[in-house]
Design a protein. Structure first.
Length: 345
């Protein structure tokens, strides 16, 4: 029995050594398949961080990686899911080289403003992919139609917003604050502030639990289109003072939404828009980023890019549009490309 026990132990030890060797060589092989996120010599290992799998941005990142790898010798890439805030942190720290974010988040990161706890200055802009609009809508059957009326009448508004901490909730709070309105004053006047998902907002609106909603999203917003079918709504008009404040604070741009965009809209209405940006680490070589930009904006690849989502198709109608709405400095390689094609001066 003692001999058998010894042999079993010896055999087990040999197996453990073999397994260790196997894992060692497997790690070497996998490192070749899934490269680290840096650039070494002639081999380019690019980590692209985008939105969640199943969303709009992840497949766009995969497409960009495919275009780069097929046309830039030695370039390999991997794509991982992320978000507007985490992508900035990753690109800033060079844990990722390319990613996406929103124009106002990029601006906040450069300034070290909330939700960022420090200044991030090691990332740069490549191009603007699409627009999103800051949309404050209210039912046509509501007794108020402007923020000034809400304040003057101390109106008990029934409002729905995204959960606290979301950028649209933050900007809605700022808009209200410009008129001396807070969540607390709305409640004091007999109103209610709800924090809800897009889908829940629509249900609450149609059931008349709320009469106003705020979202920072595509134009038209599916949530508002659905709500508008049973209870017509309109975009709240923004005065010049509010537009100036939001533009300076969030680097948003005025945009006119045509009447009829929502069934209840009888007039063209000016709102504010920001962009979905493609960003990169500032230390990516200028020539590499320049080549990436040239590749993405060939007629064939631009068609593939815009074919990924209707909002991208609606916005990215020219190279010049890709150069607009950038809230942070361009990467020198991107800037060179845009100047070369006459998109910027």
């Amino acid at each position: 029995m003692e001999v058998i026990s010894y042999m079993e132990k010896k055999s087990l030890k040999k197996r453990q050594v073999l397994v260790g060797i196997l894992f060692f060589f497997l790690a070497i092989v996998l490192n070749g398949i899934f490269p680290t996120t840096n650039i070494k010599g002639a081999e380019l290992n690019i980590h692209i961080i985008m939105g969640p799998m199943g969303g709009t941005m992840y497949p766009i990142g995969a497409l960009m990686g495919e275009i780069f790898s097929k046309n830039i010798p030695g370039l390999r890439y991997n794509v991982s899911p992320g978000g507007s805030i985490t992508n900035i942190v990753a690109c800033d720290s060079n844990k990722a080289q390319i990613g996406h974010t929103t124009s106002e988040m990029a601006f906040f990161a450069m300034q070290g403003k909330q939700p960022f706890n420090k200044v991030h200055k090691d990332f740069r802009g490549m191009f603007t992919l699409m627009n999103m609009g800051l949309q404050f809508v209210i039912a046509n059957d509501s007794r108020v139609q402007t923020l000034a009326e809400i304040k003057a009448k101390k109106y008990p508004l029934k409002l729905a917003l995204n959960p606290k901490g979301n950028v649209s909730e933050l900007m809605a709070r700022e808009m209200l604050g410009q008129y001396g309105i807070s969540y607390e004053t709305i409640k004091e006047w007999g109103g209610k502030v709800n924090f809800a998902s897009h889908a829940d907002m629509s249900f609450m609106y149609q059931d008349r639990h709320i009469e106003a909603m705020v979202l920072y999203t595509s134009i038209p917003a599916p949530t508002f289109v659905e709500s508008d079918l049973t209870r017509p709504l309109s975009l709240i008009k923004m005065d010049d003072k509010l537009i100036t404040f939001m533009k300076e604070t969030y680097r948003l741009e005025p945009f006119v939404v045509p009447k009829g965009t929502y069934k209840g809209m009888k007039d063209d209405t000016t709102i504010l828009i920001g962009g979905i940006l493609i960003i990169c680490n500032k230390n990516l070589p200028d020539d590499l980023v320049y080549k990436m930009m040239k590749l993405l904006f060939t007629p064939e690849n631009l068609k593939r890019l815009t074919g990924m989502h209707k909002e991208v198709e609606a916005y990215l109608t020219s190279v010049k549009k890709a150069a607009q709405g950038m809230s942070i400095p361009f990467h020198p390689g991107a800037e060179r490309f845009f100047k070369e094609v006459g998109a910027i001066n």
